[in-house]
Design a binder for this molecule. Structure first.
Ligand SMILES: Cc1ncc(COP(=O)(O)O)c(C=O)c1O
Length: 390
């Protein structure tokens, strides 16, 4: 409540930065090294150690990470890549950047992640890879999906944009469960560097190629040239990209990484509090972790049952009327112009239903219990007659 007695608005997400991030950013600025340099290298080492991967390669975004992962997996024009439609559009865009066609498959009703059974039926002679998304930080069925991939000789790439710090069967997402896992540091994610991404892998030679490709395929890094005491001339051995992260971003990332476990613990606590507070609201379905996984609760997404007293959009409007921001649940990529077709629409009934009936509630590190109670009260009042507003 503000001093004037007006309820302040509650955002759906908010990054958490403190003095340590400010100091780290200032130190990077003052060092004179603001492009990809020593802080990016340190961020990569610490990130690899955190997730338990031998290698981590920092890039400018998760979309760039996915593109590089597909290119280095040999995906090319004419290939098919299986992925969910229930994801952010970048999952499919990256497949198109590589020249391939996304083949959308439906989801599992409990986790909203790729359904292993649906994958099996979508494999054709042109299928080369599966992009598995850990949606809103809920780990996907990696073992089942990897088994199918191995049976058909397919690469598996994890779109772990939302999944930092999540755990699958006791190990962190990013520890090699697949050939590569791709993370995002966009401000909607738990660890943010403004924009940014990371690829983890067990393969050192692959990591070297990723590092070259992210900087125009130059065969020596700026840092190596800078540190050399003999003249170094670089070469460009293939067509590369400018997908570099800056040291300014990495400086923030290094601090956020130290705070990550604490930030995830806070989210898990708030998520649990939502779940217990909403347990009597029978028309809402709360998220559930599979028994062998730990979600990071990057987002708290609820689904409206068929008997809900309002539609999803009406619910979002009712929340907004009380100064509470929410977001529609995950989009269905096959409904957007570049991917739209009746063919996909007929094959993805659960994706359509979940996309139409889910909503992301406010959840962020500095959310207070009072904020959360306001959201819960607003949800509980929906459908009741004569409940006073405000
Ligand atoms: C599942 C998924 N994949 C990819 C991306 C793209 O990440 P970035 O914005 O870092 O490119 C996002 C971003 O929200 C995402 O949610």
């Amino acid at each position: 409540m503000s001093a004037a007695g007006v309820l302040r608005s509650i955002p759906v997400a908010l990054p958490s930065f403190g003095d340590a991030e400010e100091q780290a950013l200032l130190a990077a600025l003052r060092s004179g090294w603001v492009s990809q340099g020593p802080r990016v290298a340190e961020f990569e080492r610490n990130f690899a150690e955190y997730v338990g991967a031998p290698q981590a390669v920092a890039v400018s975004s998760c979309t760039a990470a996915l593109h590089l992962a597909l290119v280095t997996s040999g995906i090319k024009s004419g290939d098919e890549v299986i992925c969910p439609s229930l994801s952010f559009v970048a999952t499919a865009n990256a497949i198109v950047y590589a020249g391939a066609s996304p083949v959308f498959v439906d989801i599992d009703a409990a986790t909203y992640n790729l359904s292993p059974q649906a994958i099996e039926t979508a494999v054709t002679s042109r299928t080369r890879a599966i992009v598995v998304v850990h949606q809103v930080g809920m780990p996907a069925a990696l073992d089942e999906i990897t088994q199918i991939a191995n049976r058909h000789g397919l690469m598996v790439i994890e779109d772990a944009a939302c999944a930092i710090g999540g755990e699958y069967k006791g190990s962190r997402i990013g520890r090699p469960h697949s050939s590569m896992a791709c993370f995002s540091f966009h401000p909607r994610k738990i660890l943010t560097t403004g924009e940014g991404g990371m690829i983890t892998t067990a393969d050192a030679a692959l990591a070297d190629r990723l590092r070259r490709l992210r900087q125009h395929a130059m065969n020596v890094s700026d840092l190596a040239r800078h540190n050399a005491n003999t003249v170094v001339s670089e070469s460009y051995d293939e067509v590369g990209f400018n997908y570099r992260m800056t040291d300014l971003q990495a400086a923030i990332g290094l601090v956020q990484l130290k705070r990550l476990d604490e930030m995830i613990a806070r989210r898990r606590w708030l998520a649990q509090r939502y779940t217990s507070s909403l347990s009597s609201t029978s028309w809402l379905i709360s998220p559930k972790e599979p028994a062998d996984c730990r979600a990071n609760f990057q987002s708290y997404m609820v689904r409206l049952r068929n008997d809900a007293p309002v539609t999803r959009n009406q619910l979002m409007q009712k929340l907004l009327d009380r100064g509470i921001y929410s977001r529609r649940g995950i989009m269905a990529i096959h409904r957007e112009a570049p991917f739209r077709s009746e063919y996909w629409d007929a094959r993805l009934p659960l994706t359509n239903r979940v996309s139409d009936t889910t909503v992301i509630l406010p959840l962020f590190h500095d959310m207070t219990e009072e904020d959360q109670d306001r959201v819960v009260d607003a949800l509980k009042s929906v459908g009741m007659v004569g409940v006073p507003r405000g």
